[in-house]
Write a protein that binds this ligand. Structure first.
Ligand SMILES: Cc1ncc(COP(=O)(O)O)c(C=O)c1O
Length: 403
């Protein structure tokens, strides 16, 4: 066999093993992930993924490609009730980059939640703040309410005058006090809804564009069950144009039009089924948190109802959490090393509140070392085998017309 074919054989084997394990045998509880529908994924393989188009009309042959993009933006505007949408960002981080690169200059102040309080490190002094020469300021944060301290944050904005202020974070349990902070405050308010975009699309959690934010940006693949990508939404024409005109040619050239077509399907699924999906995600997260505590597992924010998002956060110190995450992985239960447990993907696969009791029992068995890991692994395998197909999806028109 030639070298190429032996590499190919290895590649096939690795990808197959990954899929058999993560899809067929694991409980996927990473809150940054989800399962897009086969119909949405089918658009990945189609010809737009081989093509270029750009706003300056440099390429010819783009009439249908441009229609795909404007159709997708039209659907996005509907889903999020926004006047302007840009679906070109390749990820949530790139959407953050577009915002900061176009609205700030080196030396400007930018406020957000500190990475120490669960804020996104990508926009902090460790990430874009450093790259763009910004001065990062962090909102006062209350660990008991797991939220920004609104009164102190308003005062901070008044004194420090940050050019841009971000809501939204990576560890997010409760809506942020957007209205309280943004009202009569002078800053451009941006909601980084990377984690909670699917909840916002389904009318849960909060509604940043109507609470005082000029932008809602985010990833399209975390609680929003679409292809990996990013989106920028706004009702403010002047600010949106400043950002959008920087996206091309400054930040993204080829924006993967197959991904955009795939996103259109996911957006339509959310237009149809977003409300029941988002409601079930939040109900499942709350049920899981309660059941975890019933199984002797400590969860953050018990006194204030645990969560209103897709996340539940374990309440142990960092070193314990990473030992738990490692042990859970050995039992085919996949969480992250920050102790976040996400229920978006399993909700999408049809898990309801009864299954949350089972999931909590299995996690409890591992964390409290009540059963051998291979006992739990077997139970996980048998649980997930009945939940393999995403729900809340549209019928595949192509497949229908063939049958
Ligand atoms: C709040 C927040 N914003 C942005 C991102 C980056 O998202 P993406 O992976 O789509 O670039 C993350 C990643 O987890 C995040 O938590």
């Amino acid at each position: 066999m030639s070298t190429s074919y032996s590499y190919l054989e290895r590649l096939e084997t690795i990808v197959k093993a990954h899929e058999e394990w993560r899809l067929g045998e694991c409980l996927n509880l990473i809150p940054s992930e989800n399962r897009s529908s086969p119909y949405s994924r089918s658009f990945y393989l189609r010809d737009p993924g081989n093509r270029y188009t750009s706003p300056d009309k440099f390429y010819r042959g783009t009439k249908y490609l441009d229609e795909i993009v404007s159709l997708t933006e039209d659907i996005a505007r509907r889903v999020f009730n926004a006047r302007y949408a840009d679906v070109r960002p390749l990820s949530g981080h790139i959407a953050d980059f577009a915002i900061l690169a176009s609205l700030t200059r080196s030396g400007d102040k930018v406020a957000s939640i500190s990475p120490d309080d669960g804020g996104y490190p990508g926009i902090s002094h460790l990430g874009l703040g450093k790259i763009l020469g910004l001065k990062n300021l962090y909102f006062p944060f209350s660990s008991s309410s797991f939220n920004i301290n609104a009164k102190e944050a308003r005062a901070m904005i008044k004194t420090e005058k940050p050019t841009v202020s971000f809501f939204g974070s990576s560890f997010i349990l409760f809506p942020h006090p957007v209205r309280d902070i943004s009202e009569d405050s002078e800053s451009i308010f941006v909601y980084d809804g990377s984690h909670v975009l699917g909840l916002i699309a389904g009318g849960q959690f909060q509604d940043p564009l109507r609470e005082g934010c000029s932008f809602l940006i985010g990833s399209t693949h975390k609680s929003f069950p679409g292809p990996q990508g990013g989106i920028i939404l706004s009702n403010n024409r002047e600010l949106f144009e400043r950002v959008s005109s920087m996206v091309f040619p400054g930040i993204i050239d080829n924006f993967h039009i197959n991904r955009v077509a795939s996103l259109a399907v996911s957006l339509l699924e959310m237009l149809e089924f977003g409300k029941p999906y988002a409601r079930s995600v939040v109900q499942n997260a709350q049920a899981l948190a309660k059941a975890l505590e019933d199984n002797g597992v400590r969860v953050k924010c018990r006194d204030i109802g645990y969560t209103k998002s897709h996340q539940v956060i374990l309440d142990y110190d960092k070193s314990k959490i990473s030992i738990f995450a490692q042990r859970l992985e050995q039992a085919n239960i996949i969480i992250d090393n920050g102790g976040r447990i996400g229920v978006s993907e399993i909700t999408r696969l049809g898990f309801g509140q009864n299954e949350m009791e089972v999931v909590a029992e299995l996690i409890g068995m591992v964390i409290n070392a009540k059963k051998p890991l291979d006992f739990v692994t077997k139970r996980v395998r048998s649980l997930v085998k009945d939940f393999q197909e995403p729900k809340y999806v549209l019928k595949n028109l192509q497949a229908e017309s063939r049958s």
